[in-house]
Design a protein around this ligand. Structure first.
Ligand code: HPA
Ligand code: ZN
Length: 337
């Protein structure tokens, strides 16, 4: 293990952009399909993995939704989440904020209660057995209707204590944040925080809409914000975090190659940027592999890596005192060296 690899592996960090359905590793997918007596479109783990070649977001989403189709029982959601927590425990992730997509499962008749209870039970075990704290973010699928989103939000109200924020994901182009303005207003009125995927494939205008109409606390991805200097200034002035996902950007061709990734430019412009894995089972790495990919391609300094780890806590939805306690852990780690 190289010195930088070891540094990244050991530094305490949080993950803030992670779709639980995107952590579904092929081996577990086959195991769960078998016990649910469902057939996958692929005959083997190798065949499935060979399909993980994407030219854009939509090509990925088609495979991601078909993988999620085998999740039926509460135990399936538990196993999925527990596998992810064990993995990040080995990567020194101390806190995670997880997206889940209840609409993906509702279309197959899987009730909201089974989805959230399985995830929640694993998160509780994550806290007690692994010491990992967590928050849950319900993500609305933007390619579906406003009506479907309303129904989902209404179901979520019963689980208010388990859900910190409402997010927006899926096919970005043609589905601007403005489509969900009313839902997000209701979510805010109910006391949820809001976040939205914006500026991954969509234009800077979608990032403006997420800020102005959805009143988001964070932007997920946000890469294309850099095309608009006024937007960059606004994000910096308001200290709005960007949850950036380098390997995702590479696999979905948001960036041509990792040396062209805008992460350093974002840091240099004073943006509160964080590094995350998005859908690690599909994009070739968990959070540490994402740090390592940018560290190598962009020649990040140790100071920049420390900054990213601190940002991951300051951009989180942890309480202020807890944030400070975590940031001190990062400082103690870096001072030790
Ligand atoms: N973008 C949009 N929707 C998603 C993503 C993403 O990167 N991952 C899972 N759903
Ligand atoms: Zn995402």
């Amino acid at each position: 293990m190289s010195a930088i690899e070891k540094f990244i592996a050991e530094i305490p960090k949080a993950e803030l952009h992670l779709h639980i359905e995107g952590t579904f590793e092929p081996e577990l997918m086959f195991e769960i399909a078998l016990r649910n007596k469902l057939k996958l479109k692929y005959n083997s783990v190798e065949e499935l993995k060979a399909a993980y070649n994407f030219n854009n977001l939509q090509e990925f989403l088609d495979i991601y939704y078909s993988g999620a189709d085998v999740l039926i029982e509460e135990q399936d959601f538990y196993d999925l989440t527990w596998a992810y927590l064990q993995k990040i425990h080995s990567q020194n992730v101390l806190h995670t904020e997880i997206f889940f997509d209840p609409q993906t499962h509702a279309v197959r008749g899987v009730p909201f209660s089974k989805v959230i209870s399985g995830i929640r039970r694993a998160l509780e075990d994550g806290q007690t057995k692994l010491g990992i704290s967590s928050k849950l973010i319900l993500s609305i699928l933007r390619h579906l209707s406003e009506e479907s989103a309303i129904k989902t939000l209404e179901e979520a109200l019963q689980y208010k204590n388990w859900i910190t924020a409402i997010g927006l994901d899926s096919s970005e182009k043609g589905h601007p944040p403005s489509k969900f303005q009313r839902i997000f207003e209701k979510a805010l009125a109910e006391g949820f925080l809001t976040v939205a995927h914006a500026g991954e494939e969509g234009p800077p205008e979608y990032v403006w809409e997420a800020l102005d109409l959805l009143h988001v606390s964070r932007i997920d991805h946000g890469n294309r914000s850099l095309e608009d200097p006024e937007l960059v200034a606004e994000l910096a002035r308001r200290n709005i975090p960007l949850t950036v996902c380098p390997l995702s950007n590479l696999k979905l061709k948001v960036v041509r190659d990792m040396t062209k990734h805008p992460l350093t430019e974002m840091l240099d412009k004073g943006l509160l940027v964080t590094v995350n894995s998005d859908d690690p089972a599909y994009f070739g790495g968990y959070v540490n592999e994402n740090y390592l990919a940018v560290a190598n391609a962009l020649n990040l300094t140790k100071e920049q890596i420390v900054q990213l780890a601190k940002n991951s806590f300051s951009a989180s939805f942890l309480e202020e005192t807890e944030k400070q306690r975590m940031i001190e852990k990062v400082e103690n780690f870096s001072n030790r060296l």
